[in-house]
Design a protein around this ligand. Sequence first.
Ligand code: AMP
Ligand code: ZN
Length: 472
Amino acid sequence: MENKVYFFNTLTRKVEQFIPNVDGKVAMYTCGPTVYHFAHIGNLRSYIMEDILEKTLRYVGYDVKRVMNITDVGHLTSDADTGEDKMLKGAKREHKTVMEIAKYYTDAFFDDCRKLNIKRPDVVEPATNCIPEFINMVKVLLEKDYAYIAGGNVYFDTSKLDDYYVFSSQSEKELMVGVRDDVSEDINKKNKADFVLWFTKSKFDNQELKWDSPWGVGYPGWHIECSCISMKHLGEYMDIHCGGVDNIFPHHTNEIAQSEAYLGHKWCNYWFHVHHLNDKSGKMSKSKGEFLTVSLLEEKGYNPLVYRLFCLQSHYRKPLEFSYEVLDNMTTAYNKLIKKIGELKADGSVDEEAFAGFRNKFEDAICSDLNTSSAITVIYDVLRSDINDVTKLELIKSFDEVLSLDLLKDHGNDKESSVDSELKEYILAKIEERKAAKKEKDFAKADAIRDELAAKGIQIKDTREGTVWEIV
Ligand code: AMP
Ligand code: ZN
């Protein structure tokens, strides 16, 4: 298929045409949240923009498989592999067990995602599910001599790589290598940049979750989980790996080091990073104590989707400063837009030529390094144009597959919005099942599913945009 999506690849430091390993298919991985506290709206900026990337790829026709981990073990308060485990810190703070904390904040994270119309990835896997996979990778790294044991821990030996600082320019690399031999905060390390693959009890006696391993009872380092979880579900080659810019170093740098040492070949071609949301005092962070959450915005009367619009109005590669003033302006803009769309009348038939023209314009914007604010401008162009209302509505519905701002909701234009969510889930599951049956050429099954839905008063229709449904 035609590869029309372009975005900035942190690995090559330029905007590139996206070409997947397998034509038409995308293997995509996202670093998930560390579930020791609520996600702040900065974290959610990253997930909103990654959601836009996924939906853009689907919009232009790719079959995307997206995987996300949940960090419920091993992420330390310092990225230098020192300090306290973040999960343990959360558990102590709330007098709960680590698993209770993990469950509570994982659910809270997906609640926030739902409110922000962030699609749940196809696979979500907590790190604690994959301990055997981690142990296996560490074993192979030791066998291949990329790792060593010191002071009870297993470390990755960064000096074994020709190019460890893969995301840095030549001059940055020279600077970093210069500081590499400084006195390390961890005396066990051979090189400053070395990082822990497996901790043992010798260093962290009070760790709540521990597992047996060939190197003693202990727990994994933070970076290993993303390498193993992605390979478990996406195989040895990945197309796109996402995260916030703070993940570039050391997390993603270490992921590449261990994955490519393990595999013996290049692992992931495209690295997508979202810049930070800042408040007036600087980068928003969970460990600062006071932080902004979706619930707090709701308590203050803001629609979470207004925050989504706020994010979409700026480019993902620019730092964004949060302020209530701007959020107020966004609220006004959002309400006006919804009102305008609500005034459109769904009669007549779609002007196919106009539809294609505006759709191309929208695609051009969104496929040019995710220019979301230009994509939103296309909505205003559509509204201002003299095409008929039904074409306008169809276009806006189509754009909202990517933007996910509920542009047609609650205005009588979207029959789906009044249907209860359980029924909706059932219908969507049936549609998926039918799609799979058709793919397998099991048309009898596909027809049976359509009849089953029809018997319940649900009519489905296959359109250019996919299967749509309606309660009749
Ligand atoms: P964490 O839960 O700390 O593992 O972070 C979850 C995601 O949020 C990661 O992809 C981080 O890179 C990203 N992130 C952290 N802080 C911010 C911020 N202030 N703005 C945008 N993204 C962030
Ligand atoms: Zn990760």
